[in-house]
Design a binder for this molecule. Structure first.
Ligand code: PMP
Length: 441
């Protein structure tokens, strides 16, 4: 096997969501991966505490998935997605729908979480259009929500840095308040007791604009990228009730929470709440080939199927929607999840995971810890006048010296290892993160 090393010239690649100048001075470069591990360009073996970027749920370079992708590349590299089908797209849609709760039974494919979100927002508005409620165009997101980087996604998203460089994005957007409150919820395990009432804010927004102008509410069941904010008890159920009362569609963005991350196929299942649409990406192919999509309820799909049969029902889609390589990867991935009962493994280990991550309480600068499913966040107190700097220090320490890959959200350490993990892996990840926290203190 030839393995890449650090290239001589790092200038041309403008890295996404990265402090480019500082990265290029001391690159963190990964060149190989297998199961629970990465290898850096310097030859160090790192345990993956992040599932890559919340996506490698089955573990790295798993043989059945690799083989499915290889076979598909030989058999048929590409097929056009419009007016022509490839059998694996239909098979994968059936399998994804079968994992979703209730009557969420139709799947629209995209290539990323961002495309999935923009697709869902467009379907919501179009749905109201085709059902004679064209005035319903307003979209509601939440503060500290992350819904990707399309214009739709940043508009409903609630992250200031992701919006402020890019003008006004979409008009007619409102935000529910964030569900996090350290004073009330600090060091909580699973769903915090406090905060269910925050869903009532939707009533205020309805009061302000009238329900007849509101198309949809989109939330991550657990906000991931803004630092792991599990839903307060009763919050999602309440959102569902209020949406039902006013005919507003409810979208769960499950790009992170889908495919086992919260110890169930989808968070919707864990919480017993059936949204009108679920967006997914990442875990559907275990990160191997880009893919995203939207699962919609039967009533939404049916509303579009009313006109003459020869007419296109939804003017939306991507060249690479249901790409054959992604479909092959997706089928092999879902098979592996089932064969190895990886969602069940997450469930069995959830308490041990929580115990281990919460054992870091008391280390220097640790001001909060949250866990849910196989996810954890450890908040470090920001340095005075330099928010985010401590986060970068811990990133460097974990990568270059402790040999564990983590993710940083500002000054929070975010953990979400592959779901094939075992108890030893949990011990190792948490031990290494603890050493890093002490080392940078
Ligand atoms: N929605 C959520 C909830 C996400 O976490 C992400 C990515 N982390 C996205 C959307 C965007 O996905 P992508 O980066 O694949 O566009």
């Amino acid at each position: 096997m030839t393995v890449a090393t650090v290239p001589n010239d790092l200038e041309a690649f403008w890295m996404p969501f990265t402090a480019n100048r500082s990265f290029k001075k001391a690159p963190r470069m990964l060149v190989r991966a297998k199961d629970m591990h990465y290898w850096s360009a310097e030859g160090r073996q790192l345990i993956d505490g992040a599932a890559g970027l919340w996506c490698v749920n089955a573990g790295h370079s798993r043989e059945p998935i690799v083989k499915a992708i290889q076979d598909q590349a030989v058999e048929m590299d590409f097929s056009p997605p419009f007016q022509v089908g490839n059998p694996k797209a239909f098979q994968l849609a059936t399998k994804v729908a079968a994992l979703a709760p209730g009557d969420l039974d139709h799947v629209f494919f995209a290539n990323s979480g961002s495309e999935a979100v923009d697709t869902a927002l467009k379907i919501a508005i179009a749905y109201h259009n085709v059902t004679g409620q064209g005035a319903r165009q307003r979209l509601i997101g939440r503060v500290r929500g992350y819904h990707g980087v399309g214009f739709g996604g940043i508009a409903v998203g609630g992250m200031v840095p992701n919006r402020k460089m890019f003008g006004s994005a979409l008009p007619a957007v409102d935000h529910l308040p964030a569900t996090y409150n350290r004073a009330e919820q600090g060091f909580s395990r699973g769903e915090p007791e406090w905060g269910g009432h925050l869903a009532d804010d939707l009533e205020n927004i309805v009061g302000l604009h009238d329900a007849s102008t509101i198309a949809a509410v989109i939330v991550e069941p657990m906000a991931g990228s803004t630092g792991v904010l599990p839903p307060p008890k009763g919050y999602l159920q309440k959102l569902r009730q209020i949406c039902d009362k006013y005919g507003i569609l409810l979208i769960f963005d499950e790009v992170i929470t889908g495919f086992g991350r919260l110890s169930a196929a989808f968070a919707a299942e864990r919480y017993g709440v059936v949204p009108d649409m679920i967006t997914f990406a990442k875990g559907v192919t275990s990160g191997t080939v880009p893919m995203g999509g939207v699962i919609v309820r039967k009533g939404i799909y049916d509303a579009f199927m009313k006109g003459p049969e020869h007419v296109v029902e939804l003017f939306h889609g991507y060249t690479y929607s249901a790409h054959p390589l992604a479909c092959a990867a997706g089928l092999a991935t879902l098979d592996l999840y089932e064969k190895e009962d990886l969602f069940g493994n997450a469930k069995r280990l959830e308490d041990k995971w929580a115990d281990a991550v919460h054992s870091l309480k008391g280390l220097p600068n640790v001001v909060d810890i949250r866990t849910i499913g196989i996810v954890g966040a450890i908040d470090l107190a920001p340095k005075p006048d330099a928010p985010g700097k401590r986060g970068m220090e811990v990133m460097d320490e974990t990568f270059h010296r402790q040999d564990v890959l983590i993710r940083i959200a500002g000054d929070s350490i975010v953990l979400s290892p592959p779901l094939m993990l075992n108890e030893n892996n949990i011990g190792e990840i948490v031990d290494k993160v603890g050493k890093a926290i002490k080392a940078i203190a």
